[in-house]
Design a protein around this ligand. Structure first.
Ligand code: GAR
Length: 194
């Protein structure tokens, strides 16, 4: 019998890691998909506690390893990822990493790009800007990562309606619910592509 090949996913996260946890749960019974490792640039990120609890390998790296040397690239080469997923990761991906893994790095952004993207637009900052502009809807964008913040080719978007009574926190909650529903499925679809 030919052994089924396992697709390997590496996740990057900078903060709480609720998307990481949701992705881990989605794939936990799947023998054809492995979450190989979670990498973080924040030594005290809550995602590290989650990884401990979930029995997922996790690694903190510093700025030198990420953007001033090949440290993170070498770790990734060893992990042989089929897909690298930025799940709440807030640093710009350096060019050497992009070139090493062309078309294999995707990001989730908590708004409907091209609106509310770019440097400084992350997490609550996005939702505060959406609220300030009295938007009637917001959403999520899953896209490939390129040299510019939030400008890579869009893979998938999903929308949610906003009410005038929504606060920044309730907008964040609505967006998280969209992320939980869509992100693992899109990762799954990308892994199935030949
Ligand atoms: C998510 O909403 C994600 O879309 C956003 O950070 C949050 C992380 O939440 N990413 C960005 O803003 C990237 N520009 P989590 O740590 O609970 O998964």
């Amino acid at each position: 019998m030919v052994a089924q090949s396992t697709k390997r996913v590496v996740l990057f996260a900078s903060g709480s890691g609720s998307n990481v946890e949701n992705i881990v749960h989605y794939f936990q019974e799947r023998r054809d998909v492995t979450i190989a490792m979670v990498l973080t640039n924040k030594r005290d990120a809550k995602v590290l506690d989650r990884c401990n609890r979930l029995n997922i390998s996790a690694l903190y790296f510093n700025k030198t390893a990420f953007s001033k040397s090949h440290g993170v690239v070498d770790i990734l080469k060893g992990l042989k990822p089929d897909l690298i997923v930025l799940a709440g990761f807030l640093l710009k991906i350096p060019e050497n990493l992009l070139h090493q893994f062309p078309d294999k790095i995707i990001n989730i952004h908590p708004a409907l790009l091209p609106k509310y993207g770019g440097k400084g637009m992350y997490g609550k900052h996005v939702h505060a800007a959406v609220k300030a502009n009295q938007e009637g809807e917001t959403g999520i964008t899953i896209h490939y990562v390129n040299e510019q913040y939030d400008e890579g080719a869009i893979i998938h978007q999903a929308k949610t309606t906003l009410l005038a009574t929504d606060s920044v926190d309730t907008i964040a909650e609505k967006v998280h619910q969209l992320e939980f529903a869509h992100f693992p499925k899109i990762i799954d679809q990308l892994l199935q592509q030949p």
